[in-house]
Design a protein around this ligand. Structure first.
Ligand SMILES: Nc1ncnc2c1ncn2[C@@H]1O[C@H](COP(=O)(O)OP(=O)(O)OP(=O)(O)O)[C@@H](O)[C@H]1O
Ligand SMILES: [Mg+2]
Length: 496
């Protein structure tokens, strides 16, 4: 039976037609993947079906009757529950408060905290999440926050559950937990809309697929009958170029002199003594599970976290960056993993967002001219294929993946000698993914060095000259060029 149907939905933003006559059908008891490149219109469609956004035209049928949603609260009250792409929880409230916000169980007119805490623990148990539910949400990692957001969505006795890129910050184990819960919900007849850029996940969990491209519907498919290459072809509107997906080992390159050397560097409470060298023109991959210490290495190198012991050498002299500004001045750049909190300045334009780091590096008393900012922005919009009509659009109006590209552009613009990228392709579609990898290689050939974390083995294999493997907040192995493969990395991560 069809639970939810959308017909001929349109949504126009200034300069963009985000949705152009799109149909979508969700059946009872299915996981329906909604796919497409960055900016294809996935989040917009989801916002229309969950009452967050009013379409300009189109109709919606729910449980056999026409339905006009007035708000997300309205959608929720009829059983349509959502977890949006950017976590929308209140990080200073406790985990339990977030789970029951706006629907707190009461006893004698008062909020029944005991019950909230008990129920919260039970809900999170399904995700194998054993955390203190009375602590503020901000005490936990992005991944845990994401799971809490999902748990909140799942718990609302919904008939339709919409998940917009829920797995972007989860590690493999957490993804499995989530999929377990999704399969259980499916068996109860709940219809699930699932947006992701991970094709493996599409094939492991979805029953059907809807593909969007540039705001239009490409088609609706049975997952089992759609080969992967055909799917990618539908998303890109062309055949996938083979070069974008090189795998296997690469040849060792004559390494330049050491640019960055960390000798037994540790950070109190987050990083065990770790040694690591990045040579000039080299791309060093940081592999490991979520929470293994990858991000901590990036932060220590860049002066975000205070190094408590060990020695950091950059360009031959010992350095101890007290704050990111010192690192930037020395020629480093860090593109962080959590773009929402440490990256975008929402109301500023793409142009201003791109120019920001370069401006900071030059000093604010040498303001860049608008024309120079414009040239810079146009160059990167072109190089990274940022989907926008112009450079003046506020960054908050871009799709999630395109925001990620803007942040990357901001740091590339400073032409750093060492660029530290923490998960550069998270939430980025398959076409841009290939562009970013190509760019990484080009930058290295021009003499820039890179330290890049990634959860995707294929990606690490494609760009790394060397891979450092992290586990339990320390480096446990290093794999040299000739030996790099998905298999060797996986084994190094897993080895006890
Ligand atoms: N609030 C807004 N104002 C103006 N334009 C917007 C707004 N929100 C989205 N858009 C535009 O609408 C188009 C579709 O965006 P949408 O967020 O739906 O893409 P998406 O498929 O979810 O992409 P991603 O994979 O990057 O998350 C994009 O061109 C985007 O720039
Ligand atoms: Mg989106």
């Amino acid at each position: 039976m069809t639970l939810l149907s959308l017909s001929k939905v349109e949504k126009r933003y200034p300069g963009v037609k985000a949705l152009d006559g799109v149909d979508f059908h969700l059946r009872e008891g299915e996981v329906h993947a909604l796919l497409g490149e960055n900016g294809a219109g996935k989040s917009t469609l989801v916002k229309v079906m969950t009452g967050a956004l009013d379409g300009d035209a189109g109709t919606m049928t729910y449980l056999g009757k026409p339905l006009k949603l007035k708000s997300t609260a309205h959608a929720q009250s009829v059983g349509i529950s959502t977890v949006y792409q950017e976590v929308n929880l209140l990080s200073n409230l406790s985990v339990a408060q977030n789970l029951y916000l706006g629907r707190e169980p009461k006893k004698f007119g008062l909020i029944d905290w005991k019950r909230i805490h008990r129920q919260s623990r039970a809900v999170l148990e399904r995700f194998a999440l054993d955390i203190d539910v009375t602590q503020p949400l901000s005490n936990y990692s992005v991944a845990v926050q994401q799971l809490v957001a999902i748990a909140r969505g799942v718990d609302m006795s919904a008939k339709v559950l919409v998940l917009d890129e829920p797995t972007a910050s989860l590690d493999a184990g957490e993804v499995e937990q989530l999929f377990g819960v999704l399969r259980e919900l499916k068996s109860k007849g709940i219809g699930i809309v699932f947006i992701t850029h991970f094709l493996d996940q599409v094939y492991s969990v979805s029953d059907r697929i809807t593909v969007l491209r540039n705001g239009t519907l490409v088609g609706e498919f049975e997952t089992a009958q759609l080969p992967r290459k055909a799917l990618v072809g539908h998303m890109l509107g062309k055949e996938l170029q083979e070069a974008a997906h090189r795998s296997g080992t690469r040849e060792a390159r004559a390494a330049g002199e050491a640019l960055l050397e960390a000798a037994d560097v540790s950070v109190q409470g987050s990083l065990q003594p770790t040694s690591l060298t990045v040579n000039r023109g080299e791309a060093v991959g940081l592999a490991g599970l979520l929470g293994s210490g990858r991000t901590e290495v990036c932060k220590a190198v860049f002066g975000v976290d205070k190094v408590s012991s060990g020695k950091l050498t950059f360009k031959g002299s010992e350095r101890r960056f007290r704050q990111p500004a010192d690192a930037i001045a020395a020629g480093l750049a860090l593109c962080p993993e959590d773009r929402k909190t440490s990256g975008i300045v929402g109301p500023l334009s793409i142009r201003e967002n791109i120019a920001l780091a370069l401006q900071a590096r030059r000093g604010w008393w040498h303001p860049m001219s608008r024309a120079e900012q414009q040239r810079l922005a146009e160059r990167f919009i072109e190089e990274l294929q940022i989907a926008t009509p112009d450079a003046d659009k506020p960054i908050e109006q871009l799709s999630g993946g395109n925001q990620q590209k803007v942040i990357l552009a901001r740091w590339l613009a400073t032409e750093p000698e060492l660029l530290v990228l923490d998960e550069p392709t998270r939430g980025v579609d398959i076409g841009a993914h290939a562009e970013i990898l190509k760019l990484i290689k080009k930058l290295c050939s021009q003499g820039m060095s890179l330290l890049v974390t990634s959860s995707e083995l294929e990606e690490l294999v494609a760009f790394s000259d060397r891979v450092a493997v992290m586990r339990d907040r320390r480096k446990v192995a290093e794999i040299e060029a000739g030996d790099i493969s998905e298999d060797t990395i996986m084994r190094a991560i897993a080895e006890a």
